[in-house]
Design a protein around this ligand. Structure first.
Ligand SMILES: C[S@@+](CC[C@H](N)C(=O)[O-])C[C@H]1O[C@@H](n2cnc3c(N)ncnc32)[C@H](O)[C@@H]1O
Length: 287
């Protein structure tokens, strides 16, 4: 089953996790990321090994390597949030090729719901069946589109809206229009029992200018990764505000906070989405 369209971005994230796993100072080790990239047959131009000298590699590759540096921190941050939350119901929306259902040491009885397009979830399940042992969580797959009603598909897969959920929105909001982002945040709020938590990567507010389009298209052409799908979003909702207005206790974590926490400066980042254009994270707890 080929992966194409926006699913290619999930392969790019897996390639970044593969590279992270190869770093001597890896924040995350994903033993299956490289196999997923290979099986996807998507030609993501990431090198498979971390280079000895970053300055010696071509500019586009350098941008991808530095983007991978960010993905390493993002992945580790969300892993840490999930461990700290220790909830037994996890819902990963736009889960892509996320391997947390296998990678993390989940408490017994934890159910991990992964929601993505049919093609992406089918590809992940089929490939992991071939290369990985059984997941360490009770993994439930939901083939759905978050811009259409998706709650009933979750419930059919065993999701319990009466139980606290840890929601993960990682690398998803940037692919949704502003109204779809707002609707999705409302859905998450409606489906959350008291004690629920969320970790959300914000969609940076890209201003719709010819320069922005040109930059994203150029990078997409150079890499084959459809960054130009990140159509400029004017006025995206601020998840911190939306969740706080719904009574959740909210914290904001910037990319600079991650750089400090993991001692990983992104100062040299010249990728299509540099640190200052990344939105950072919102974490929230429903009291
Ligand atoms: C950049 S990837 C991130 C994947 C994963 N969260 C990670 O960080 O590895 C974005 C994912 O969002 C999924 N996605 C985009 N729009 C979606 C939608 N409307 N409904 C469900 N999934 C969607 C894509 O298929 C893709 O797998």
């Amino acid at each position: 089953m080929p992966v194409n369209g926006v699913g290619v971005t999930a392969v790019a994230v897996a390639a970044a996790r593969a590279l992270e796993s190869d770093r001597p100072d890896a924040l995350v080790v994903d033993p299956w990321a490289a196999a997923l990239v290979r099986a996807s047959a998507v030609a993501v131009p990431f090198p498979e090994r971390w280079p000895d000298d970053l300055d010696a590699v071509p500019a586009v590759e350098q941008s991808l390597l530095l983007g991978a540096t960010y993905i390493g921190m993002r992945t580790r941050f969300i892993d840490d949030e999930l461990r700290a939350g220790a909830l037994r119901q996890i819902a990963i929306l736009g889960s892509g090729l996320d391997t947390r259902a296998w990678r993390l040491d989940w408490p017994a009885g934890t159910r991990v719901f992964e929601l993505d397009s049919p093609e992406v979830v089918t590809f992940l399940s089929g490939t992991m069946d071939a290369v990985a042992p059984a997941p360490t969580a009770d993994r439930r797959v939901v083939a759905a589109d978050v811009t259409a009603p998706w709650a009933s598909a979750m419930v059919r897969s065993g999701f319990g809206p009466g139980e606290p959920t840890h929601w993960v929105l990682e690398g998803l909001l940037p692919y949704l229009s502003s109204p779809d982002q707002s609707a999705l945040l409302d859905d998450v709020i409606d489906l959350s029992a008291p004690g629920s938590r969320a970790v959300i990567e914000r969609a940076p507010a890209l201003t719709d200018t010819p320069e922005t389009r040109e930059r994203l298209q150029t990078f997409a052409l150079a890499t084959g990764i459809p960054f130009d799908e990140l159509l400029a979003r004017t006025d995206p909702p601020d998840p911190a505000r939306v969740l706080a207005a719904a009574g959740w206790t909210v914290a904001e974590v910037s990319v600079a906070d991650l750089e400090h926490r993991y001692d990983r400066p992104l100062v040299a980042d010249r990728s299509a989405s540099t640190a200052d254009q990344r939105g950072g994270f919102v974490t929230a707890v429903k009291g």
